[in-house]
Design a protein around this ligand. Structure first.
Ligand SMILES: Cc1ncc(COP(=O)(O)O)c(C=O)c1O
Length: 365
């Protein structure tokens, strides 16, 4: 059977082990079996990064990555708070849209989407405006594949003692995240990107002390992390969870543990990205980011569509060979293509991808 290999930034190509979990027995989310399953998955999420278990708690939501980010922003930025949104792409902008929808006070430190986040401007704001309670940013800005300088941003949050809320949706499980060192109050993630699960479950890892210190100020009934956490401590859930997707996440996390955790996954992505970049370099295709080689995550790389090929020709040619790549968003539509290397990709898959890229790009070049 031919497989479609997804090179878009999630959902990813599933392993047979994870796909198989979707056919496990039906469960009621109000029965003890589901409680045990959810407690197990929450524990695994808390153990991915060193020093997290005990200090942070995983709260699981049925919904895509945006649900987790919106729950984090809606539950943790107080109604009388002031958020500093540090943005350089679609997902940073989306956090500002959430704050606007929630009627909360926020200031945006915007950088050009082709540049790193603006740390100098952030420091100016933090040094001069004591009303800022939270700093919000995106770890891996999937718009361009840039791995933002969140370690330096976290150091500023620590220095000025402000809580840091991180959108880790496209990095969680595939890149380093330093919870205490970066002053993180919470990180939002999802099942179906670097964790290699099925779309439908997302989560936030929230500093435990926050739940103890504040009452829920959530601006949403459904996306209220407090409400979920209160019940999830016993394995329960206030609303229906996506049971089979949770089975699949359990299997995906067990698989990741057996493969060496986030470090091994990060190294594997780097190896795969190196192969893809090597082929495209050989074909004369440029990185979309000027500092692409240094600035890009291993998870996803953005390239410039070569002048002699259209994005559609590249996409359709690769799709005919069983690969799905991703277009540029907004201003980059037609000019950029993105290749992510998450999911179940074999050496044969990467060889076939290289052959496809050569066949489509080289002849006209
Ligand atoms: C950094 C980042 N944040 C948030 C999201 C939104 O996730 P979803 O599409 O699962 O809602 C994405 C999706 O690609 C993302 O890359």
């Amino acid at each position: 059977m031919s497989r479609t290999r997804l090179l878009n930034p999630g959902p990813v190509t599933l392993t047979e082990r994870v796909r198989g979990a979707l056919t496990r027995e039906d469960l009621c989310h109000r029965e003890a079996e589901f409680a045990a399953l959810q407690l197990d998955v929450r524990g695994r999420l808390e153990r991915i990064y060193d020093g997290v278990a005990g200090a942070y708690v995983a709260v699981m939501l049925t919904g895509s990555g945006t649900a987790a980010v919106e729950a984090m922003v809606g539950s943790l930025v107080p109604k009388n708070g002031h958020a500093l949104v540090v943005a350089n792409g679609v997902y940073g902008d989306r956090m500002a849209q959430m704050l606007a929808a929630q009627g909360k006070r926020f200031t945006v430190v915007a950088a050009d989407w082709l540049r790193d986040i603006d740390l100098a401007a952030v420091e100016q704001h933090l040094a001069s405006d004591a009303s800022i309670t939270h700093v919000l940013s995106v770890h891996h800005e999937t718009t361009t594949g840039r791995l933002n300088s969140v370690a330096a941003l976290g150091a500023l949050c620590k220095k000025y003692d402000r809580a840091f809320l991180l959108d880790g949706v496209s990095s969680f499980g595939g890149e380093d995240i330093r919870f205490e060192e970066w002053n993180l109050e919470a990180v939002a993630g999802t099942a179906n990107k670097c964790l290699h699960g099925v779309p439908g479950i997302s989560f936030a890892l929230v500093k435990k002390s926050v739940f103890a210190a504040r009452a829920s100020g959530a601006t949403s009934v459904y996306l209220d992390l407090w409400r979920h956490w209160k019940e999830q401590q016993g394995g329960w859930s206030p609303f229906t969870q996506s049971v089979h997707v949770v089975y699949a996440l359990q299997e995906a996390l067990a698989e990741m543990e057996s493969q060496g955790g986030w470090r091994a996954r990060c190294a594997e992505y780097a190896r795969r990205a190196g192969l893809v970049r090597g082929v495209l370099r050989e074909l004369g295709v440029a990185y979309f980011l000027e500092d692409g080689e240094r600035a890009s995550s291993s998870i996803l790389t953005a390239f410039a569509v070569p002048a002699h090929v259209t994005y559609d020709a590249l996409h359709d040619g690769l799709k005919a060979r069983g690969f799905v790549i991703y277009a540029g968003q907004g201003p980059y539509l037609g000019k950029m293509f993105r290749i992510a290397v998450m999911g179940d990709l074999t050496a044969t898959d990467l060889d076939e991808l290289a052959a496809g890229l050569r066949a489509i790009i080289a002849p006209a070049g």
